[in-house]
Design a protein around this ligand. Structure first.
Ligand code: UTP
Length: 478
């Protein structure tokens, strides 16, 4: 902690119209002054205030020239020609070779607050599985263990946390013996923060001696990878590619050889999976091209006409949406973070607790301010040869965002069960189904044992899974 004087801090804040942050200076102890002073000095106020002004005026989204937007091209999962099929085969083989050679690491962003889920702990510790009540982190850990076995390799796992959930996240892994992973291959690092602003453009105080600071979004990944020394660790371990996913999608194929191989063979610096949107209003970021350059436009920024526009064959024109599954090349992270960092944060309207002029803590019941968040996908246009590969929703995506309804623990359990049932049926297992077509069983097969249809088929062959189930059966394989 440094020592700071009022004059020094006022000199930083006053030119940016933020000297209200020193309102309680005379009441603070020397330690409190130093804490506040350190926070203030760690921020580039000119830059941050300019970002907040842009965010508050919504200039970011209205600046998009929508008439020049076209949908982005993507590689379909079903090859259209023999040449395409050969390319996909070669890519899968290349991906497998990279996995075996230890060139790939796993990367989960887990610094979010999970407000919508209403769960007051790191989201990765949320337990949701039907029979064993496993957490999201356990799901990923088991998938990593199985992939390590499959490819006879080590898959280091990097997890980005925030200052608010870092200690709790590590404690959870310690309490669970890292779910069988070697602790030296699981690395946690903390993302950066940015101050929250009131709607009047003034930064908010969480306490008389502290700014209201928030995690700076998943796009904070790049700076955090560098600042935490993770990038150096990747280099030291000879890792070329990071397989990125978000903590709330337990369906993700954690290291997909096809995706990794295509990324590698294309010479892409950053690649993304895309989902074909379920309907016009599905809330996904849209992969688009602006004057030939890739750009992801948030659902909320897209005009309704574009959301609903259709091709002559009836399909949505802007159909590729983002499930936030990426591959990042180490070289790209280095290149981005060596130069002037070019991402601009987005605005998130939030309820932000703050101390008012009298020093009273106010806990608003409606959004009263904005958080600034970098988005990972804003890096795509900066990447050389960015690649988009279609994802099969039923195989790879079901996010836990809300407590109920769409994208909830319940909808995710249903999607996972449907995937397991499909894999089992492909292996010849009889699964009873209800009148509405959903499986009439509860089955939980650990990802430690099976991460794909081939793994399941092998387990059925070996007799580890029954060949038929009766209505209402429950079955778990650990
Ligand atoms: P979301 O955008 O869904 O945000 O994060 P969230 O904070 O988890 O949930 P809400 O909006 O408060 O309900 C998508 C992914 O990005 C990570 C999250 O942990 C999640 O994996 N994330 C988000 C970060 O790592 N850092 C952030 O600052 C924000």
């Amino acid at each position: 902690m440094g020592t700071h004087s009022f004059e020094e801090l006022e000199g930083i804040l006053a030119p940016c119209g933020q000297n209200h942050l020193l309102r309680f200076w005379n009441q603070l102890s020397p330690e409190q002054r130093n804490q506040l002073g350190d926070q203030i000095c760690s921020i580039d106020w000119k830059q941050v205030v300019q970002w907040s002004k842009t965010a508050l005026s919504d200039a970011g989204s209205t600046a998009i020239p929508f008439d020049r937007l076209t949908p982005a091209k993507y590689v379909p999962l079903q090859p259209e020609t023999t040449a395409d099929a050969t390319r996909l085969q070669e890519a899968r083989a290349a991906g497998e070779a990279l996995l075996r050679a230890g060139k790939v690491a796993c990367f989960t962003v887990a610094g979010g607050q999970g407000t919508r889920l209403g769960y007051d702990a790191p989201k990765g510790t949320y337990c949701f599985s039907p029979l064993r009540n496993k957490s999201l982190f356990q799901y990923f850990a088991e998938a990593i263990l199985r992939n390590q076995e499959k490819y006879a390799t080590t898959l280091p796992w990097y997890i980005m946390t925030s200052p608010a959930n870092h200690a709790d996240t590590i404690r959870f892994f310690e309490q669970n013996q890292y779910f069988g992973l070697l602790p030296q291959n699981v690395r946690f690092f903390i993302q950066g923060t940015l101050p929250g602003f009131g709607l009047d453009g003034k930064a908010l105080l969480a306490a008389p001696d502290s700014l209201a600071l928030f995690a700076n979004g998943h796009g904070g990944t790049f700076a955090a990878l560098k600042d935490s020394g993770t990038l150096d660790d990747l280099e030291a371990r000879g890792i070329d590619y990071l397989a990125y996913w978000q903590v709330d999608n337990p369906m993700v194929t954690v290291c997909d050889p096809l995706f990794i191989g295509l990324h590698h063979l294309t010479g892409s610096e950053m690649s993304s999976r895309c989902l074909i949107k379920r309907d016009a209003m599905e809330k996904l970021g849209h992969f688009t091209l602006l004057d030939g350059k890739l750009m992801i436009v948030e659902y909320s920024d897209m005009p309704k006409e574009l959301l609903e526009q259709r091709d002559p064959d009836g399909r949505l024109t802007f159909r590729p949406g983002s499930p936030a599954i990426h591959i990042l090349s180490r070289q790209f992270i280095r290149r981005l973070t060596d130069g002037v960092f070019a991402l601009t944060p987005h605005r998130a309207n939030k309820k932000i607790s703050f101390v008012d002029e009298q020093g009273t803590l106010v806990q608003p019941t409606a959004p009263n301010g904005v958080k600034l968040e970098f988005f990972i996908f804003d890096a795509l246009p900066l990447a050389h040869n960015p690649l988009i590969l279609e994802a099969d929703r039923a195989e790879e995506f079901s996010a836990i965002k809300n407590a109920e309804g769409n994208d909830s623990p319940e909808s995710c359990r249903a999607a996972l069960l449907e995937r397991t049932a499909k894999w089992l049926e492909q292996a010849g297992v009889k699964i009873p189904r209800k009148a509405d077509g959903t499986p009439d069983v509860t089955i939980e097969i650990s990802l430690r044992r099976a991460v794909c249809a081939e793994d399941i088929a092998e387990l059925v062959q070996k007799g580890a899974i029954p060949r038929s189930f009766a209505p209402g059966d429950q079955f778990a394989l650990d």
